[in-house]
Design a protein around this ligand. Sequence first.
Ligand SMILES: NC(=O)c1ccc[n+]([C@@H]2O[C@H](COP(=O)([O-])OP(=O)(O)OC[C@H]3O[C@@H](n4cnc5c(N)ncnc54)[C@H](O)[C@@H]3O)[C@@H](O)[C@H]2O)c1
Length: 321
Amino acid sequence: MKNRSVLVTGGAGFIGSHLVDRLLAEGARVVVVDNFFLGKRENLADAEAAGGALTVIYEDAADMVAVREILERHEIQDVFDLATKALEYSFENPRGAFQVNTDIALTLAELLRKGHYERLIHTSSSEAFGTAVTRPMDEEHPRNPTTPYAAGKCGADLALLSYMRTFDLDIRILRPFNNYGPRQNWGAFAGVIPRTLDRLAAGLPPVLHGDGKQGRDFVYVEDVAEALLRTASCEAARGLDLNVASGIETPIEELLTTLCEVWGYRGEWDREPRRAADVDHHVGDGTRLEGVVGYRPQTTLREGLEKTVAWYRTRFAREGR
Ligand SMILES: NC(=O)c1ccc[n+]([C@@H]2O[C@H](COP(=O)([O-])OP(=O)(O)OC[C@H]3O[C@@H](n4cnc5c(N)ncnc54)[C@H](O)[C@@H]3O)[C@@H](O)[C@H]2O)c1
């Protein structure tokens, strides 16, 4: 990626900011486009301190005119598309949760079709598959989204596949399973790990929804950033969609048990009913990514949770908690 001019939508978010760190370390010139819906400027503090070629622009990545102007002004070659509104936003504004995914994908596809940049590396989500019908779930698994967010991710995938086929564009789709690590949003719309850590830091017990048997495939965030980088640099990945998965299904009860151990909490848990839209089983088959790109996630769940807890402890201490 050295000297390539790269745009990252959602680059002030969780995964996007880790990708920005890696791109700058590789010597790329990076432009972040983020509307700061959940993104935080502090997520880019390491990138800004590193003194690389970074420009941060507060903009809506679905805005065709604005994004075209940014692509031209910065002579962008590659776009990494990570902008989205979190899955939990589906319960507040289902239409918005769906639409943000399809609008941004279509804007970027149109601008690629018209020759405003060279290649698109789009981030899908395993949520597009819904609950596992076959396990592990490979890239041909049926699309059966359970939330409007997931339906929007699914719609974006289909739109991009159709643009690829119709216009022979250089588009690569990465489909991460459940990601976690430093900088994952811990406020509104937070996922299970940051939400639990936030409660533990506040002296509150963890909350388990349902029976805890619902499984997820957890991938550490730096492994996802690495997979994105390698996919961009691998010509054989052109036109493909690739899962980023550990291949290990961890029941949520087991995740919470390990998380509590790492944090040092031995108390009771609160129990709440299962959330209707939660998928039951989720475990990915990452062999296509490994075969094509030569990469598979490296970090074990225990190692990843230790790094994550260490980061949140520092963060909470800064806030005086
Ligand atoms: N976190 C996970 O477990 C996970 C799993 C699978 C796939 N993904 C995908 O990875 C990508 C990044 O997810 P994340 O977890 O870092 O989420 P995040 O919410 O931390 O980051 C998304 C970023 O997009 C920004 N954004 C939202 N709407 C925007 C818009 N219209 N224009 C510009 N910026 C906008 C937000 O402000 C935020 O900074 C998403 O595409 C997501 O669907 C995430």
